[in-house]
Structures are given as structure tokens and as C-alpha cells.
Design a protein around this ligand. Sequence first.
Ligand code: NAD
Length: 422
Amino acid sequence: MTLSYINPTSDSPWATYISQVDRVIPYLGTLGRWAETLKRPKRALIVDVPIELDDGSVRHFEGFRVQHSLTRGPGKGGVRFHPDVTLEEVMALSAWMSIKNAAVNLPYGGAKGGIRVDPKLLSRKELERMTRRYTSEIGIIIGPHQDIPAPDVNTDGQIMAWMMDTYSMNTGSTATGVVTGKPIHLGGSLGRVKATGRGVFVTGREAARRIGLDLNGARVAVQGFGNVGSSAAELFGQAGGLIVAAQDHTGSIINEQGMDLSLLIPHVRATGGVAGFKGAEPMDNEAFWDVRCDIMIPAALENQITADRARRLKARLVLEGANGPTGRAADDVLADRNILVVPDVICNAGGVTVSYFEWVQDFSSFFWTEDEINVRLDKIMIGALKKIWDTADQHKITLRTATFAVACERILTARQERGLYP
Ligand code: NAD
């Protein structure tokens, strides 16, 4: 059944998500009766976010918070500040969070939020006012037991600190558990900042081992050199991989010998992007997808690997650091070409897993060491990937469909056991 309040195009994120659900229905047995539950968000909130700019004028921004599913626990998912944010995109991202949380067996449903804004055009004070007003507006549906936001594209620990403070002021108590990805001294968790990149590396390392790809000397290309892309690149570099190409919103760079990350990462931090890095040559943005590499890590936005790019890709392994980076048609091309894809819904689940640890630590006010965090994270990621791999082998399906099969079975079993209210 189509939803009247959105109008997805064939390759839009929501249409991609729905096609992923459709593919899994044959493997759900009698639980298929509940499949429609997965095809509509439980709740979608659209808010107006007006703020006074520094010059005294007033601007309005569109804000969203979507709770796709609360069946297995409170909502959980990031908040994105980006000019292309739409209700439909946030719906898809929230649905992928439901799948991801179930795939790694965290006691959460799925949610996501966003504001349609280019935050780079705001001053720090304007950014703070916008974040606080947005938090206040969505305050009616978030909370440590209801729905717990976290960082995503263009949001970070500082934004989470403002969100936590705003929610706490409105409710009259310091509620550290309302968001995750906070600064450490405000109840954040050690290891959270790099957790998503670490999960990309851990699942990538397991997948590489299974297909006989040696990481030592492996050629790696990374799209998106923000939180996820740079952390994953660092770990592949430490494992002996060569980061031969990188692309972000400022441009694309290549160095066949591998780039020195101890210079590239500070360069990105200082200048805001990879462009202009002295340790590599600039390259055409489209040629990035033709680079000779073993591992391709899309870690920027949705729909970056189109069918055309999928036909040209040289990699043996695609690790989806971003959410929804591979379009529907492209997914089939990659499968036909025998290029293994570790899908977003397991590959980038490291962040939400450590967010879960942060939430648990906040409730008990007892904090773990970074080693404890990383050991627990690796164990969960490796265990989850093994189950998904076994499911894929059993049914002869892709890792993406297998991840959906594992996750949807968990969500719909919970749905069935809870029953329909009233
Ligand atoms: P970020 O804001 O730190 O980095 C985003 C990166 O994408 C930047 O390097 C930016 O330059 C690049 N980018 C933006 N537009 C681009 C374009 N048109 N072409 C090429 N590059 C472009 O964000 P992040 O937290 O690293 O998130 C990246 C992806 O990972 C998103 O899809 C996000 O949903 C996903 N993700 C993030 C987390 C997390 O914990 N941060 C967790 C799971 C998934």
C-alpha cells in the first residue's frame, strides 16, 4: 500500500527501502502476515524551527523526527543537518535504523531526525539556537525511554550537548540518557566517536578474511572523509591497507602509493575537506569510481553507487559506511558482478552499538574503559555478521537480504508477541 503523504521516485531512499523489504518477505514464513508493519513509519513529526539570525532577521527551517518502529524498544537514530533533508529521506533512514538495531540485536526500535539546512551557512550562535529550538519542538516525542537521538551528517558532540541541555531544562532534571554521542564529561562513552568507523573495519576485516583478501597491501578508496570515512580509513591503514583515493564534498584525490593519513586527517580538520592535500594528486570526481582498488568504502550520503558506477567499480568488496549509498539497480549489478557488499544495516552498526553502551552507562552512572568498549563492540559486530553470513549461505541470498531476514524476523516476532493494541 502506498502512503499518501510522500511521493517517492523509483530510486529514492524510501523506494529502495521498500524494495529491500519486499525481497525478504519470502523468507519470513507466517510472520509475513505482519510485513505491512515494516512499510509505514509508526509516527512522523514535522516541526517548524524559527530562529532569529545574528542580523536580526527571522528564518524558518523544516525539521523532522520519524519513529519508524518502537516494537523492540525506544526509538534510536541520528539527527542530520543537511540542505537535502526531506521527510521521505528521514523516513528511510529511520526504517534502516529499525533494521540495523534488530540486526545487531540491540533493544531498540528505529528513528531518525533532521533539519533541512546547510549548517555551514550559520554562525555558531545561530546553530545553537536552531538546535535548541528543534530539540524543544521534538521534545514531545523524545526522551531516555522514548527515543534517543545521536549524531549523523553535520552533527557532533557539541550538538548533542545542546540537545541534552535543552531537553533537561524543559523537563527539570539532567537527562544524560536522552541523546548519545555526547562529550565524555557529559555522560558520553569512550570509543563512541570512532565506533562507526571501527564497525566498518571489523565487518570489513571479517568479510575480507572469508573471501581470501589480505588487508596487508589492500587498496582502499573512501568516499566521505568525515567521522565514519576517516575513522575507517585510519584502521585499514593500521592493518596495512593503502588508502589510494578519497573523495568528499570538496573534491577527489588519488595517490597510487597510498596516502599518509597522519597528514591527511589534520589537513581535513584544518581546511574542511580533502581538496588541496599535498600528499596526493587531485582527480576528477567521476573518475573516483574507476579507481583500481580492492575495497570501496562509501561513507558520505545515499545513492552514490548508481548502476553505471556499479558497472565500472573495480573493487572486490564494498563496505557501506554510509546509509543507503547503493541504489536498487546498482545492488543487482554488484551482485551479478560478484562484488561482495557488506550492507549499511550491519556494516555501520558500530556507532549505534556504542551508543547503546553509552545509554546503559548513563543509566547506571558507571563508565567503562575504552578497551572494554572496543572488546564488547567487536564481539557484537563479529557475532552479528556470522549469523547474517550463515543466513545468506543457507538461503543463497545476498548479505543485504540476509541482514533484512534476520532483522525483520526479530521485529515481526516481537510485533506478533506484543499483539495489536487495543
Ligand atoms: P560527517 O558529516 O562527519 O561526514 C560526511 C562526509 O561526507 C564529509 O566528508 C563530506 O564532505 C562528505 N560529503 C558530503 N556530501 C558529499 C558529496 N556530495 N560527495 C562526496 N562526499 C560528500 O558525517 P558522518 O557521521 O561521517 O556520516 C557519513 C555517513 O555515515 C552518513 O550516511 C551517515 O548516515 C552514516 N552513518 C554515520 C554514523 C555516525 O555514527 N556518525 C553512524 C552510522 C551511519
